[in-house]
Design a protein around this ligand. Structure first.
Ligand code: SAM
Length: 196
């Protein structure tokens, strides 16, 4: 509670229309790497409460579209189609593919993180697994030249994951946004310029 109280990003989010401080991580990456363009089709995994989707909808504009997925419910956002469900389940992946309607995405962003159990090795395995599912979706739906941004936690499995991205994304960039809490091992990998 005290940490929340002192956190400048929490205060900034409260003063803005954004639903979560998480948006400042995405904004920081976007300001460095120019992820978004008007008219893009974006898939946002682990979207609730919705600040990344709000930002993506704003940046992609009226011609753009965002498909968002989360286990938790999420209030409506204009320009965002929301699917509630566990992305580890086939039927949720199918719902996502059906929302895409055969169109190829320009960008897949995943801020998915498992509920932390406190057992470090199992938390790490579950987090890398979520990143792998985001990667697999990206490989299935991205158009050539598309990008993926995925959350990870430093630890076991990350090097292998990075190597697996390198097979299809010639440019891999690692980002540690300031808005990621100092105590956290969280970082983001950005894979650019998808080559099927
Ligand atoms: C850090 S929060 C995302 C914050 C979000 N980017 C925002 O800007 O509001 C991580 C989210 O991942 C979701 N999540 C975790 N595991 C998931 C799964 N298997 N399927 C779908 N969503 C999942 C959680 O429910 C949680 O809402």
């Amino acid at each position: 509670m005290q940490r929340q109280h002192r956190d400048p990003f929490v205060k900034q989010a409260q003063r803005s229309d954004y639903r979560s401080r998480a948006v400042f991580k995405l904004i920081e990456v976007d300001e460095k790497d120019n992820l978004f363009r008007p008219g893009q089709l974006v898939v946002d995994l682990g979207a609730a409460p919705g600040s990344w989707s709000q930002y993506a909808a704003k940046k992609t504009g009226k011609q753009g579209r965002v498909i968002a997925v989360d286990i938790l419910p999420m209030d409506n956002i204009k320009g965002v189609s929301f699917i509630q469900g566990d992305f580890r389940e086939q039927e949720v992946l199918d719902a996502c593919l059906s929302a895409l309607g055969g169109n190829r995405a320009d960008l897949v962003i995943s801020d998915m993180a498992p509920n932390i159990s406190g057992i470090k090795s199992s938390d790490q395995t579950r987090s890398v697994h979520l990143a792998e599912l985001a990667r697999d979706l990206a490989l299935e739906v991205l158009q050539p030249g598309g990008d993926i941004l995925v959350k990870l936690f430093q630890g076991e499995g990350v090097d292998e994951f990075r190597k697996s991205l390198q097979e299809h994304f010639p440019r891999i960039i690692s980002r540690n946004p300031q808005a990621s809490r100092e105590s956290s091992r969280e970082f983001y990998l950005l894979g650019r310029d998808y080559r099927p």
